[in-house]
Design a protein. Structure first.
Length: 179
């Protein structure tokens, strides 16, 4: 659907497998919104206040999440490509088993994030709250330890291979493949 939603309440709304294209969702509020298996393409989510959002198995492409706070965001087994989280607070987001490609966290907090079994390619963390947050999973621990920078990961099992490509303003070399 091509739409604009402003200051809507989405409490317990069932939108499983919905398709949002070229849409702007601004100031939406809600708890328990079900967007499992949904498709979001060319979408802006601005200053949202959501909790318990189900986006497991969803596809997000060219999505901007700016400002606001989302508690218990479930993105398990979701596919995120060209997604930017900017200036937002994500409390216990679940990226377990998700595929993240060209995803950027700019000045975001990722409190208690779970990246267990996630597969990452060119995931960037920029200065801000995200650099200090606790995260779970091998990839998540690397993201937390890597301060801010671009992270490249290969894998998807319980112990993905991860290496740093770039951190901050300087460019580093990726380490040689290990045993």
């Amino acid at each position: 659907m091509d739409c604009a939603l402003r200051r809507c309440a989405l409490d317990e709304t069932g939108l499983a497998k919905a398709r949002f294209m070229d849409s702007v969702l601004e100031g939406v509020r809600g708890v328990g919104t079900d967007l499992s298996g949904a498709s979001l393409r060319d979408v802006e989510l601005l200053e949202a206040r959501l909790g318990g959002v189900q986006l497991h198995g969803a596809v997000l492409e060219r999505v901007l999440v700016r400002g606001g706070k989302i508690d218990y965001l479930n993105l398990r087994a979701a596919r995120l490509k060209d997604v930017v989280f900017e200036g937002c607070v994500l409390v216990e987001p679940d990226f377990a088993g998700a595929v993240l490609e060209r995803v950027e966290f700019r000045d975001c907090s990722l409190r208690g994030a779970d990246f267990t079994g996630a597969r990452l390619a060119e995931v960037a963390r920029r200065p801000g709250g995200a650099c200090r947050d606790r995260v779970r999973g091998d990839v998540g621990l690397y993201l937390a330890a890597g301060a801010c920078g671009i992270v490249r990961a290969v894998g998807g099992d319980s112990s993905p291979a991860v290496h740093r490509v770039k951190q901050g303003p300087g460019v580093g070399q990726a380490p040689p493949p290990g045993p």
